[in-house]
Ligand binder design. Structure first.
Ligand SMILES: [Zn+2]
Ligand SMILES: [Zn+2]
Length: 272
């Protein structure tokens, strides 16, 4: 499996081609001839970086949404423009049902476009969905830990009224190898430790090779960092790649518990 970071907040690398950063996340996952796009960032940066890297997205098989926030989904408009509706209709879009619903932050609409079903072959699921024999979309993640996954982010619509949005749609992918699991998160609104615990349970494997993506640790309390670091240490990951919505102090703190490596647009990770 090859994972290419098409969009990250960082571009701190001096090798060419020079790539763009964005406050968003988009990863291309390629496995056995199947192309899976995990999130799109919020603009056209994922396409511009793919072009610069010589990556052809015209054979895209699936689009997976980690959750329904703008920094992960608004790039969809650029994808539709690039590929055309005839083409995008053949792409399977998999997401939790809430990821496709209206969401607000204050008065600002932050959800995906409301006509998404016209453009993609949509599969909504709260349950795990195996995309290939080895990659699983986790669906809704149980929130069992006391220190994470409790924060609302804006509001969503429920039965005609706005309610605080706990981002129940927040999910992740897990890649199951013979040596353990690679967990690929969006923002980890569900809590990164909850996400890892659920991935272990769904895959019946306790061994963690890597966790890459947003850990949702921005100006986090010391107690939250401590519990997250302690949990991660018990998982003994070979490496972690906290990024996107993980701030520097969280990365420094976590690096005292587990190996931490940087992420940037253009980073490629390969796993057997
Ligand atoms: Zn989010
Ligand atoms: Zn995000």
């Amino acid at each position: 499996m090859k994972l290419t970071v098409l969009v990250d907040n960082n571009t701190n690398d001096f090798s060419e081609p020079f790539l763009l950063g964005e406050s968003g996340l988009s990863y291309l996952i390629e496995i056995d001839g199947t192309q899976i796009l995990f999130d799109t960032g919020c603009g056209d940066v994922f396409l511009r970086n793919a072009d610069a890297l010589g990556i052809d997205l015209t054979h895209l098989d699936m689009l997976i949404l980690s959750h329904g926030h703008e920094d992960h989904t608004w790039g969809i408009d650029s994808l539709i423009k690039r590929l055309g509706q005839e083409h995008t209709r053949q792409i399977k879009l998999i997401a939790h049902p809430h990821a496709l619903m209206p969401k607000w932050f204050g008065e600002e609409q932050i959800a995906i476009r409301n006509d998404i079903h016209e453009f993609f072959s949509v599969q909504e699921s709260v349950d795990p969905v195996w995309l290939t024999a080895q990659i699983c979309f986790l669906g809704q993640i149980p929130r069992e830990n006391s220190w994470e996954g409790k924060q609302a982010v804006g509001e969503r619509m429920q039965d005609g009224v706005r309610v605080p949005d706990l981002v129940e749609d927040d999910t992740a992918l897990v890649y199951k190898t013979a040596d353990g699991l690679v967990i690929i998160t969006g923002c980890s609104h569900a809590g990164v430790c909850n996400t890892i615990a659920y991935a272990k349970s769904v895959c019946a494997d306790e061994r963690i090779l890597d966790v890459i993506g947003g850990f949702h640790l921005l100006q986090a309390d010391q107690a939250v960092l401590q519990q997250t670091g302690d949990y991660l240490a018990t998982c003994r990951p070979v490496v972690t790649h906290p990024c996107h919505c993980t701030d520097l102090s969280a990365k420094i703190f976590l690096s005292q518990h587990v190996p931490v490596e940087e992420v940037r647009s253009g980073l490629v990770l390969e796993f057997d």
